[in-house]
Design a protein around this ligand. Structure first.
Ligand SMILES: Cc1ncc(C[n+]2csc(CCOP(=O)(O)OP(=O)(O)O)c2C)c(N)n1
Ligand SMILES: [Mg+2]
Length: 652
């Protein structure tokens, strides 16, 4: 088979400086126009062979880094590959299944994928060997799935993950459920035992489609090789269309080895899979009229606005009609929190001013949010005076938890754009004055005079030093809530967290996925000690791929959020909620990262400075106040305005 050569790909030299002698040899060969080399390896030429491999990879990686500025190169790379693979064929052609899978992934625009090997995916990996796809191997399939998920959240593209049958596919379960709950588009490909063995308890057989049915938007098993390519095309379409979600295709090994038909790319038409992005004109009119009549409106915004890319429309609506905006945890970043209309996050650990505003509002305009119980508190007393407008792409969300007065089924971007045209500016002086009083009286705060390291102080200082410009990923627990309260987000896709499922261990692999998606950006995992313990082996992945992620560990020696509930609701009986952790800084060093320990307040700023200057993956273990709580808090089952903890730091 013809191989992809560097001079074809690279019309001009790229900015890569050779380092070792072998690198120089390879660079000179390329400079002299050598396209193809014949040879056989052995001990004395192994460094050279290694350089040939690395140099190719580095060139391709460099091209990928430069493609943002130079779409020509990107297209060239993929085009060259596809020209060998009959991309534009108008007739059905035949290929071996594994090759067809790889070619269809490339046809779908996949540049990066994550996954782990195993017996029944070896045919597929064999064909991936020479494909122009960045491949990232995690240390555990769960990590790989979270990486694909965060890659998707950071880019808006579909994330792709591969796992083998049995334990490989069951290790994807948490990752798929996480993506499902937060509407993240993923295509997961799993290997399966060959079709003749299915149902026989064969080695590494698990009923993957059965296990993952409730946690995927759609899944299927391939039993006819001719279904393979159409199934992959449909999977991308379903994952990324409408309300996004994970789609899994289970592929028995014999399907990867069989010859299969590749029909020409056609428009995908799936009866029964329809969505209505436009919104109903009369409902849009009614919603706009309600906005114009409202004295005390609030926009309540969820992750749907980020998915839909509707931040600009949201800002225009809020500013044109003069409406305060609060977001859910998933909605953080959809509205610039530095704007005066921002009420920050609402809900169980939301701001007092957001929660009060919702409870006093006469109109609540929900956009791409689903009235989750962590937001609403006691449902019958949620927003008791408000007329409810609910804009959502998924009709199943409307009326699910709460009575809706004005439902609008549609894509947030399109619906908001239509409403903007019909709304008028209203001063709403009294409403904004009341909100300003709440803001002044109940800001997010903590004991700033304490000698001990306060977790909120670490995050505030991180915000200050990064000027609010980092991509933040988190684990789950108190540190996640403090990351939501004390870091202010101004861009969509800037805050990447597991909201719906609340998956501890998400933060580190998510940071890796987000860093791969944004090579030049600062990506920080603000993690809890217990969450970090769940997936910290992925530090090895960060080192292997030279990803300069940073981990800000809020180490309170506890499953802090659990400890807080035990303190408040279980009579301070701290049953099984503390862990002994390793020395995280030394562990980080063992992985090949930079490791720093901080246990004094006056070390915080310096350690963050050092961390931000590092070009390697870096873990800073901030040993913080073990007994700090997240305030305010609406206890489960209470109404949104019944917040505890407000009096603790009330500003007189
Ligand atoms: C996989 C998983 N298991 C259990 C839980 C329940 N849970 C929620 S928060 C939490 C404690 C988190 O501790 P840590 O990561 O140290 O964060 P902290 O609250 O201390 O900031 C637990 C056990 C969960 N969310 N996810
Ligand atoms: Mg903890």
């Amino acid at each position: 088979m013809e191989t992809l050569t560097l001079s074809q790909v690279s019309p001009a030299p790229f900015s890569i400086v050779p380092k070792t002698g072998s690198d120089v040899i390879v660079a000179m060969l390329i400079e002299h126009g050598v396209d193809t080399v014949f040879g056989y390896t052995g001990a004395s030429v192994m460094p050279l062979f290694d350089a040939i491999f690395r140099y190719n990879k580095r060139i391709i990686d460099a091209i990928r880094r430069e493609i943002d500025d130079n779409p020509f190169v990107k297209n060239k790379l993929q085009e060259l590959y596809m020209s060998k693979n009959d991309k534009n064929s108008v007739e059905t052609i035949k290929k071996v299944g594994a090759q067809a899978i790889v070619d269809t992934l490339i046809e779908q625009g996949v540049e990066t994928m994550f996954g782990y090997l195993g017996g029944v995916v070896l045919p597929l990996f064999d064909k991936l060997y020479e494909a122009p796809i960045n491949f990232i191997i995690p240390r555990h399939e769960q990590g790989g799935c979270h990486m694909a998920d965060a890659y998707a959240r950071a880019t808006g593209k579909v994330g792709v993950v591969i796992a083998t049958s049995g334990p490989g596919s069951t290790n994807l379960v948490t990752g798929l459920a996480t993506a499902m709950m937060d509407s993240v588009p993923i295509v997961a490909l799993t290997g399966q035992v060959r079709t003749s063995l299915i149902g026989n308890d064969a080695f590494q057989e698990a009923d993957t489609t059965g296990i993952t049915r409730p946690i995927t938007k759609h899944n299927m098993i391939i039993k006819n090789p001719d279904d393979l390519v159409p199934a992959i095309r449909e999977a991308f379409y379903i994952a990324g269309t409408g309300r996004p979600g994970p789609v899994l295709i289970d592929i028995p090994v014999d399907m990867q080895l069989a010859e299969c038909s590749i029909p020409p790319m056609d428009k995908i038409d799936m009866p029964g899979f329809k969505h209505h992005p436009g919104g109903h004109a009369r409902q849009i009119d009614t919603a706009a009229k309600a906005v114009n009549e409202s004295k005390k409106p609030v926009l309540y915004v969820g992750g749907g606005v980020i998915i839909s890319g509707a931040s600009e429309e949201l800002r225009t609506l809020a500013q044109k009609a003069n409406i305060p905006v609060t977001t859910t945890l998933m909605g953080l970043g959809s509205y610039d929190q530095n704007q005066p209309e921002s009420l920050d996050m609402l809900g169980m650990h939301g701001s007092a001013y957001a929660n009060y505003a919702v409870q006093h509002s006469d109109l609540l305009i929900s956009v791409g949010a689903r009235f989750d119980d962590r937001v609403t508190g006691h449902l019958p007393t949620f927003a008791p005076h408000a007329k409810i407008v609910h804009i959502d792409l998924d009709p199943a969300n409307i009326g699910k938890n709460i009575h809706t007065d004005i439902p609008v089924v549609g894509d947030a971007k399109q619906v908001l754009a239509a409403i903007i045209d019909k709304v008028e500016y209203k001063p709403r002086k009294e409403w904004f004055e009341t909100i300003a009083t709440w803001k002044a009286k109940h800001p997010f705060t903590y004991d700033k005079n304490a000698d001990i390291v306060k977790p909120q102080f670490v995050i505030e200082e991180l915000y200050r030093q990064t000027k609010g410009d980092a991509i933040i990923c988190t684990g789950v627990g108190q540190h996640q809530m403090w990351s939501a309260q004390f870091y202010k987000y101004s861009h969509p896709r800037q805050f990447i967290t597991s909201g719906g499922l609340g998956t501890m261990g998400y933060g580190l692999p998510a940071a890796i996925g987000a860093q791969i998606a944004n090579p030049g950006k600062l990506v920080i995992d603000i993690d809890g000690d217990s969450s970090f313990n769940m997936t910290l082996t992925e530090l090895s992945t960060a080192v292997m791929y030279k990803l300069p992620i940073k981990v800000v560990l809020i180490n309170n020696g506890y499953m802090g959020m659990v400890r807080q509930w035990q303190e408040l609701f279980y009579g301070q009986r701290y049953s099984q909620s503390s862990l002994i952790s390793p020395d995280f800084a030394n562990l980080a060093k063992a992985f090949g990262c930079v490791g720093i320990t901080v246990n004094k307040k006056d070390q915080v700023a310096g350690a963050l400075q050092q961390m931000l200057a590092e070009t390697q993956p870096c873990v800073v273990d901030f040993q913080v106040d073990a007994k700090e709580n997240v305030w305010p808090m609406v206890p489960a089952g209470k109404s949104l305005h019944e917040m505890d903890g407000l009096d603790i730091f009330e500003i007189a």
